[in-house]
Design a protein around this ligand. Sequence first.
Ligand code: PLP
Length: 380
Amino acid sequence: MRFSTRQIHAGSEPDPATGAVLPPIHQSTTFAQPSVDGYLSKGYSYSRSGNPTVRALEKRLAGLEGGADCTCYSTGMAAVSAVLHAFLNAGEHALVSQVAYGGTYRVCTQIFARFGARFTFVDTSNPDAVRAAITPDTRLLLTETPANPTLVLSDIAALSEIARSNGLVHVVDNTFLSPYCQLPLALGADISLHSTTKYIDGHNATVGGALIAASAELDEQLRFVQNATGSIMSPMVAWLTLQGVKTLSVRMDRQSATAMAIARYLGGHPAVGEVCYPGLESFAQHDLAKRQASGFGAMLWCELKGGLEAGKNLMDRVRLWTLAENLGAVESLITHPATMTHADVEPEERRRVGLRDGMVRLSVGLEDPEDLIEALDAAL
Ligand SMILES: Cc1ncc(COP(=O)(O)O)c(C=O)c1O
């Protein structure tokens, strides 16, 4: 079945007991066993190890990404941590996109490094740089594309080939484009990672994470970590996310079209110095964006000619656009990465990787495009 059908139906059917069309919220810690010998015969024992509502979301997301299976977590960061727990031991080494969500950088440098794992933050937009950074101890490649917030792209197929020939697990953070626009597993990646907090929920209602694995073996390793560390999604969050994801394709189409209109508007405004959106012909990796994704997404950034002060002014004054962290939801948000989402990346590292202090990040929502543009126009 096609995407919009799968986003509604994959992994769930009307409840056999009652006919309820939406899956019930199985708010139960534990599950009665028919007998000692029949332990687990109905598939569930205790909600840390598995819960039917969470399982319904896992099956839905596996169906959308074309994976063997999926595990869901309390947040996107818990999903990042699960990958590091599963595939990296003390003394081993991982390559991570040098531009990635600030929390990913923080968990590597301030948590996992304390337990003896080593990290190199590499320019994954350059496959030669990735190849050159591999050492005999490298086990994992974590690629974020498009990268938060610069939107720099990495070639998933080329990197997956490098990972395969060097025995690395390749994890792609697909949060910015969602499975509707980009399918990392089809391009050769081993695991697709999501902060479901973003487009998959889409309503600023939950925080959650997901890992969709290409093989049952990889999924098993992740499921062991999920249960052993207690890093799980709650049934209520899974249920809300199951409702949100049903409109993913419709939201992405409309939000992306509005993002394109806003990028063009900003590009023509005399106060704006630079606009970055993968859908613009001026975007340096526009060809790669067209090749590996079926849409350009709804994230963009701009830098004003007046620099940081002018950018702050815009973010403080603009109406309708909420100044807040998060992205991907129906409400349009405006964010200052240097002081908000990426504040824990040291200033020298931000400068090294091109994360400028003047960047204003825009997450385009589902409001009328004219209203969003009028609000920006008034503030500019
Ligand atoms: C690309 C990306 N990956 C992972 C995360 C972490 O997700 P969460 O906030 O759900 O923990 C974020 C959060 O902004 C993100 O933007």
